[in-house]
Write a protein that binds this ligand. Structure first.
Ligand SMILES: [Zn+2]
Length: 341
């Protein structure tokens, strides 16, 4: 039997009571009274050495128990653990749940929410801002010697540019994208679409592919990124903070600061790559060329990067094999209508 001192919380009177368990209730009985309190409503103070422990009730009354082992026995009989253990377990469960919920939301937000919001924002970005971002990013890349002047002969550059601008686009008309030629030992065989639509072609891409039709196919792929505003989308996606500052406060400096690195490390999702590939395939078909041209170009680029040990085009253009298969499959279905050039 467990005895305790009972205080009703209103008077200073101390009553000696018995504590017993009856089902889900704690029965507190004294000489002249008996109360039943659901165990769920009893708060047990933490154990502090050998000090008496208090059992608190909702009405402000409490019991003080000095026989700690007996109290432990009673509590364990009720499967009531020490407050802190209980709380810890409840907390760790809720913390774990919160962590899982947060992770799920974060992943979902990152995977779907962010790209969606960034795509929306990118599509609605005023042209003047895209222009500003692109011009400044290019300037930083040129000044930082990431981009060096191209070694491709001017007439070759012009010839490629003329051919590229002669391509008819699926949405009608021709590309208005400016082609800029640069050289970059670090980046090797690569091409980038800037937010304003300018396509930067690196020398190694031209020399590695070394076939006008295939080079045009990669340019059509970049035009696909331009058409889908992918560069801007990636930029906006890479920094929520910078995007917030830019769009809501009109301070573009943060966005500008991350633009060059983001554009260089451009890692488009498979989804965006597939969109750009499909766009390129549509351009090629429309102009009587085969989508396999792009597959061939991809093959050469991936071989070149493997040899150079450069991650460049591979990391920015993942799953090359899968993409080549897809492009060949597309072209297979129209081999009858295609004319080789
Ligand atoms: Zn791409």
């Amino acid at each position: 039997m467990l005895t305790a001192d009972y205080m009703d919380g209103r008077s200073t009177r101390v009553r000696v009571v018995r504590l017993e368990v009856a089902g889900e209730n704690l029965v507190v009985s004294g000489e002249d009274f008996e109360v039943r309190v659901p165990f769920a409503e009893v708060k047990v103070d933490e154990r502090l050495g050998r000090a008496a422990r208090r059992l608190r009730f909702n009405d402000g009354a409490f019991c003080e128990v000095r026989d700690l082992p007996a109290l432990d026995y009673l509590l364990s009989a009720q499967a009531h653990r020490d407050g802190w253990v209980d709380r810890m377990q409840r907390q760790s469960r809720s913390v774990l749940l919160a962590v899982i919920a947060f992770a799920v939301l974060a992943i979902a937000g990152y995977k779907w929410g962010m790209p969606w919001a960034a795509a929306k924002a990118a599509a609605n970005m005023p042209a003047a801002i895209s222009e500003q971002l692109s011009v400044q990013a290019l300037r930083l890349l040129d000044d930082g010697k990431f981009f060096l002047p191209s070694g491709i002969a001017t007439d070759r550059q012009q010839a490629l540019s003329v051919e590229f601008h002669a391509l008819h686009l699926p949405e009608g008309g021709n590309s208005t994208a400016e082609l800029l030629f640069r050289r970059s030992p670090q980046l090797g065989a690569n091409a980038f679409a800037l937010p304003n639509g300018t396509i930067v072609v690196l020398d190694d891409l031209v020399t590695v592919i070394d076939d006008d039709g295939e080079i045009l196919a990669t340019l059509a792929h970049e035009e696909g990124h331009v058409h889908g505003h992918h560069g801007l989308q990636l930029l906006l996606q890479s920094s929520v903070a910078a995007t917030f500052l830019a769009l809501y406060i009109g301070d573009f400096s943060s966005l500008l600061a991350i633009a060059p690195a983001t554009l260089l490390q451009a890692t488009y999702s498979r989804d965006l790559e597939a969109q750009a590939d499909d766009y390129a395939a549509a351009v090629l078909k429309l102009n009587g060329r085969s989508p396999t041209l792009l597959a061939e170009a991809l093959k050469k680029l991936s071989v070149a990067h493997r040899q150079e040990g450069q991650a460049g085009y591979l990391s920015s253009h993942p799953a090359t094999d899968e993409r080549m298969r897809h492009l060949r499959a597309i072209s297979g279905s129209l081999s009858t209508s295609r004319s080789e050039r």
